[in-house]
Write a protein of this length. Structure first.
Length: 635
């Protein structure tokens, strides 16, 4: 049994105990409610003091039961989130893509925002979407975390930034209990309030109260009048002045109706503000704890000006003249406690007179907008930093669960990618076949030949996915990996666009043109010392939409353009004539994948692949054999 499975078993046992307690509380709530109704009914009918005591005792017992039951239900929901988090971690280990896609954290992938260039790269390499690197990696439950992680997986970075991220990832990977607490809190927020995007937008908007500032003195006035009336009613009752009591009752009812009408017709936007800014005190406290998690990052990161140091500075202020993000959120939690009086059954009876006679919501809004005025300029930066922290936490889970993976080695001034024991990170370990692959240096390319289904495209994606992991700061599915600063350009999974009148062949030409153009742009930037990055291209069976002769000429031309721009990369083909092209032979180191055909027990031919890469051009083809295997051979 895995560690995750044993934790799930323990939590499920605790949940059953809490569910039993919840059922008992439900019964007691019903008993005390019935006692309250009977007590009120008989006290009105008999005016006997004992029934008044029954009603009062039942009311107190009912409220105590409600409060305790709410505590149990909050604990149940937290344990459910704990269990869901562990199930997701377990599904990642098992590469259970269906479970990952159904999980609420997986569903949040719909909020990813990518540029067209990032979308093309993500589609080619399975970076985003179902059964993708993002789905494998992500434990992010807030929109900033989801978008940050997706952007990291699809964006190039320079080695210092990648190294800084990786140092933080390794540091966090060694704190499984802290990380699990972080994931559970983030999921709790994501499933309730959850999205800080609307909160950040609210922080940028002007305050609602200044144009309605008359509500403050009006609330003060009605509160003073209500207190005066109430005192008069008490005096009237003591002096047996029944008219005072009746008039006072009418006065209180009038004030309550007027203020409740103001609350209904004028304070509608206030309710929306409360929902955005402090949907629940628990969620605000969760945010404060998530911000505090920045203290788990390395205190002395490799780059003092890098992202790790920035996250710590933003969320954990060391400046005695400013407060940290978590302190700010805890201040907000105090305001949320005031605003949450009407949300809980145990405090609603307190909220009702406060709102009816003092416009309580206006008091809360006044404090809330004062809080916003103090922190508005910092709020966007808080949640940007939280998104980066959540991305690091996600990658740290992959680091922890992949002890056999290695740390990438960045080599500035080099132009060769070395991938020893290269594996596909999305495949389960038992199905993964590894190969030693070298791509580069500049002036060369890797030409991968082989039959259909032999593993050529998988090898390309394996290389691209591991480069993406390295740039995001993660571990790599290799025994050893070294790489120079680079940017990726791909043409693997191209499709036509009927809405734009673009054929498959034209779409592929456009993609290749973009790859070549970017390689040339990087070459110009290297010449001016504005970057050290080189283009790393991955091209899969390109330009199949034309005849063989023109295809060979076109492919050789594209590759020459890339090599001349200092790019390195790999291209696959099962066209043996293309592999023999003299122009390509000057540039290429040629390797191949092969198949083996053997008879099975019934005498029928069976095709198998070992997915191992070998030097040289593929000695076999299998297109006609595959036709025969599927029943389309000659009779």
């Amino acid at each position: 049994m895995s560690d995750y499975a044993s934790q799930i078993e323990t939590i499920d046992h605790d949940l059953k105990d809490l569910e039993a307690s919840d059922s008992r509380f439900a019964i007691w709530r019903m008993v005390f409610f019935v006692g309250l109704v009977l007590g009120i009914g008989f006290s009105l009918a008999t005016q006997h003091v004992i029934w008044i005591g029954v009603a009062a005792g039942s009311l107190i017992a009912f409220l105590v039961t409600v409060v305790r039951n709410e505590t149990v239900r909050e604990r149940m929901e937290m344990l459910r989130n704990h269990s869901r988090t562990l199930h997701r971690l377990q599904a990642r280990q098992n590469r259970d893509w269906n479970s990952l896609a159904r999980d609420s954290v997986g569903i949040r992938a719909s909020e990813i925002q990518l540029t067209p260039e990032q979308q093309a790269l993500a589609g080619d390499l399975d970076l985003i979407g179902d059964a993708s690197l993002f789905q494998l990696t992500s434990m992010a439950a807030t929109t900033p975390g989801v978008r940050t992680l997706a952007n990291w997986l699809c964006s190039p970075v320079d080695p210092p930034l990648a190294k800084d991220r990786h140092a933080s990832v390794k540091h966090l990977a060694d704190q499984p209990e802290n990380r699990l607490r972080f994931y559970v809190l983030a999921r709790d927020i994501g499933g309730s309030t959850g999205d800080p995007v609307s909160f950040v937008e609210w922080a940028k908007e002007p305050n609602w109260l200044p144009p309605h500032r008359w509500l403050i003195p009006w609330g003060n006035f009605t509160a003073v009048v209500a207190i005066a009336i109430f005192v008069g009613m008490i005096l009237g009752a003591i002096t047996d002045q029944g008219d005072w009591v009746r008039m006072g009752m009418y006065g209180l009812i009038g004030i309550a109706v007027l203020n409740l009408a103001i609350g209904s017709f004028l304070l509608g936007p206030v309710a929306a503000i409360f929902q955005i800014a402090m949907a629940s005190r628990r969620s605000v406290n969760d945010y404060a704890e998530l911000f505090d998690a920045a203290s788990w990052l390395p205190e002395s990161p490799p780059d003092p000006a890098g992202p790790t140091a920035h996250i710590r500075r933003t969320l954990l202020s060391d400046d005695e003249h400013s407060q940290s993000a978590s302190q700010g959120m805890r201040e907000l939690a105090q305001i949320a406690r005031m605003g949450g009086l009407k949300q809980a059954a145990s405090t609603f009876l307190l909220y009702l007179p406060l709102q009816a006679f003092w416009l309580w919501d206006v008091r809360v809004l006044r404090r809330l907008e004062g809080w916003k005025s103090r922190y508005a300029s910092q709020i966007p930066e808080w949640f940007d930093a939280l998104g980066e922290l959540e991305a690091l936490m996600s990658i740290a889970a992959l680091q922890h669960d992949s002890p056999d993976w290695s740390s990438p080695e960045w080599l500035e001034g080099e132009s060769t990618i070395t991938l020893q024991g290269l594996g596909h990170p999305l495949l389960p370990e038992e199905a993964r076949v590894t190969n030693d692959v070298t791509i580069g240096p500049t002036g060369t390319l890797l030409l991968v030949t082989g039959s259909n289904m032999s593993g050529k495209s998988t090898m390309l994606r394996s290389a691209g996915l591991n480069v993406a992991l390295a740039m995001a700061g993660g571990p790599v599915c290799c025994r050893h990996m070294s790489l120079p600063p680079l940017e990726m350009g791909t043409s693997i999974r191209v499709s036509d666009d009927l809405s734009q009148g673009v054929s498959y062949y034209m779409a592929e030409l456009n993609r290749l043109s973009a790859v070549v153009t970017h390689a040339r742009k990087l070459a110009e930037q290297r010449a001016s010392n504005s970057t050290k990055r080189i283009q790393f291209f991955l091209l899969d069976e390109i330009l199949q939409g034309t005849n063989s002769r023109e295809r060979q000429i076109a492919v050789a031309r594209v590759l020459r353009f890339l090599v001349d721009a200092g790019a390195i990369g790999a291209i696959t083909t099962h066209d043996l004539e293309l592999a023999d092209d003299p122009e390509l032979m000057k540039l290429a180191h040629t390797v191949h994948f092969r198949e083996t055909i053997t008879p099975d027990a019934s005498g029928d031919e069976r095709m198998t692949f070992d997915y191992k890469m070998r030097d040289g051009v593929s000695p076999t083809t299998n297109a006609l054999r595959l036709l025969e295997i599927v029943g389309l051979g000659e009779k």
